[in-house]
Write a protein that binds this ligand. Structure first.
Ligand code: NAD
Ligand code: IPM
Ligand code: MN
Length: 349
């Protein structure tokens, strides 16, 4: 049997709680087909506060030797001045996404049977946000001058390269080809003229290579309207790093909650390990209480299996989650109870 060599970064808050369940489900889903070997890495806000280290070049080199990474969530107490300015988010999470060229941040949304949406008439919600993962306002191209004075200037430049936009747009069209052949570019071309022009032009150019894909465009503000009033209209959404971040928390909320939203930070070329994580964060408000829903982390491992070429095991995880959700109701269960229930369903398959 094949051995899958994974790095895990449980992280902070509810991260370790949900990763434990995700790995248990992953093991059950691949039993007989693959052996899951895990190496746990301590990178987190807590590790930084204890040691002063966030993520070194050597750490990156160690992680690069694994086939894929499973991450829980990172981020500590927002009031802690030692963590101000997103030092962990930038030094750890974004550093990994950039260093491993995770240019596709894949965030699927499905409203599964039995799951309650806050929308009165959500319809058949099944879309994927292809969020650009290595550019936009995330790159740290900015600065501040006259800090603390009334004339302070603080800039955060959104970086959009033809190379970076073209490759994620191509991925999104190829994904649309395999799905319902509908693609929506979401941007803000009426205000962010320079970046918007680049995105629009490259989408139009790529569309010529995919005549079967029907594509349209929405401004990001209007997209939030339709995600609430008619989310079933979407199939593949392609958008920049920041718009994609915001839209996917909304997508989680309309499809049963952020506790169900999975993601993959994908390096499609396979030059670097891809990284799979729930969309949610470390949830300090519920951490350590076994209150977190591990479903998002569990579904992220299905994305991992697809990426590593084990689609049957991925479908087993999705089926087990769907069955659990269908019967979940309103009974309150601990993180481990949800994980154990899904593990049992996967094993019984
Ligand atoms: P969050 O996603 O951690 O929490 C938002 C709300 O959703 C909270 O009420 C939380 O209790 C709830 N929630 C989140 N996950 C849940 C789950 N699995 N089950 C049930 N409820 C859940 O977002 P936040 O509060 O904005 O961020 C907290 C910290 O996490 C910050 O430091 C932030 O930077 C970080 N963060 C990290 C990641 C990541 O590591 N990928 C992602 C988002 C936020
Ligand atoms: C996410 C998170 C991150 C992001 C933060 C923690 C840097 O919100 O994964 O959605 O903005 O990408
Ligand atoms: Mn986010």
């Amino acid at each position: 049997t094949r051995t899958i060599d994974l790095a895990t970064i449980p992280g902070d808050g509810i991260g370790p709680e949900v990763v434990a369940e995700a790995i248990a489900v992953l093991r059950a889903a691949t039993a007989g087909e693959a052996e899951i070997a895990t190496t746990e890495y301590p990178f987190s806000a807590a590790h930084y506060l204890a040691t002063g280290a966030i993520l070194t070049d050597d750490d990156l080199a160690s992680l690069a030797r694994h086939e894929a990474i499973v991450l829980g969530a990172v981020g500590g107490d927002p009031r802690d001045p030692k963590l101000a300015g997103g030092i962990i988010e930038r030094g750890l999470l974004l550093r990994l996404r950039f260093a491993f060229d995770h240019y596709v941040n894949l965030r699927p949304t499905r409203l599964l049977p039995g799951v309650k949406s806050p929308l009165a008439a959500p319809g058949d919600v099944d879309f994927v946000v292809v969020r650009e993962g290595t550019e936009g306002p995330y790159v740290g191209n900015g600065g501040a001058i006259r800090v603390g004075t009334p004339h302070e200037i603080a800039n955060e430049v959104s970086v959009n390269t033809a190379y970076g936009v073209e490759r994620v747009v191509r991925y999104a069209f190829e994904l649309a080809e395999r799905r319902r052949k509908k693609l929506t570019l979401v941007h803000k071309t009426n205000v962010l003229t320079n970046a918007g022009t680049l995105w629009s032009r490259l989408v139009r150019a790529e569309a010529a290579n995919h005549p079967q894909v029907d594509w349209d465009y929405l401004h990001v503000d209007a997209a939030t309207i339709f995600l609430v009033t008619d989310p079933a209209r979407f199939d593949v959404i392609v958008t920049d790093n920041l718009f994609g971040d915001i839209l996917t928390d909304l997508a989680g909320a309309i499809s049963g909650g952020i506790g169900l939203a999975a993601s993959g930070n994908i390096n499609p070329d396979g030059a670097f390990p891809s990284m799979f994580e729930p969309v949610h964060g470390s949830a300090p408000d519920i951490a350590g209480q076994q209150k977190a829903d591990p479903t998002a982390a569990i579904l992220s491992t299905a994305l991992l299996l697809d990426h590593l070429g084990l689609p049957d095991a991925a479908r087993r995880i999705e089926a087990a989650v769907a069955a659990d959700l269908a019967e979940r109701g309103t009974a309150s269960r601990t993180t481990s109870q949800v994980g154990a229930a899904i593990t049992a369903r996967v094993s019984a398959h």
